[in-house]
Design a binder for this molecule. Structure first.
Ligand SMILES: [Zn+2]
Length: 204
């Protein structure tokens, strides 16, 4: 595609979204297109101003706090790549619409579901305005099947319950891709009720 389009690459963690984004960007560079890569300021996976896929490929990226900033930074470019779209503010939807209208090719990645298997940030709207959506699957870290579509949060090795915060700071949390059969989301409040237990923190 040559422009006026928005290609969205989505799926759970470890499905190769960033790897696929980097593959498309490399092809744009070979074709001598002017490319700029953006990532949200909240992404903590990579330390510096670059995006990195889990297989070690990386590319320089401009970190932005507000999605609106992107518009003033892409005057001279033909291809706008945006990583981790789920972390941007809601203005990302009109911003991408505007970039398309200007004739740019926009390529984005984002987690479609959070650890609670609920739509993440503006991803539902972005999937609607995209001209092409690729849903990638990961390998399930529990059963090894090829159809992992969920992102499992583990705290101290155990599935995190529904009440844990969306973005956690500190704590020993890890994530793994899981298929729908292996994905677990314990509802600790319900469990406690069923058992007739009175958990102190839920009695406030
Ligand atoms: Zn599985």
């Amino acid at each position: 595609m040559e422009g006026y389009c928005f290609e969205l690459i989505t799926g759970p963690m470890s499905c190769g979204k960033t790897e696929e984004l980097l593959r498309r960007i490399r092809r744009c560079i070979i074709a001598k297109k002017k490319v700029k890569v953006f990532s949200p300021d909240v992404d903590t996976r990579s330390g510096g101003d670059y995006i990195e896929s889990r297989n070690g490929l990386w590319l320089d990226a401009i970190k932005v706090k507000h999605s609106i900033e992107i518009l003033s930074l892409v005057k001279d470019v033909q291809v706008v790549a945006i990583d981790e779209l789920q972390f941007f503010d809601t203005n990302i939807v009109p911003v991408i619409n505007e970039l398309m209208k200007q004739g740019k090719r926009v390529i984005g990645t984002g987690l479609e579901l959070d650890f609670k298997a609920e739509p993440f940030g503006s991803m539902p709207e972005l999937m609607c305005i995209a001209t092409k959506v690729d849903k990638l699957h990961a390998v399930c870290m529990k059963c090894g099947c090829d159809h992992a579509t969920r992102t499992q949060r583990l705290i101290d090795g155990k599935p995190a319950d529904k009440s844990s915060p969306l973005i956690m700071i500190g704590g020993d949390e890890t994530y793994e891709a899981r298929c729908i059969k292996c994905y677990e989301l314990p509802d600790i409040k319900k469990k406690a009720k069923n058992l007739g237990l009175k958990l102190l923190q839920f009695n406030k």
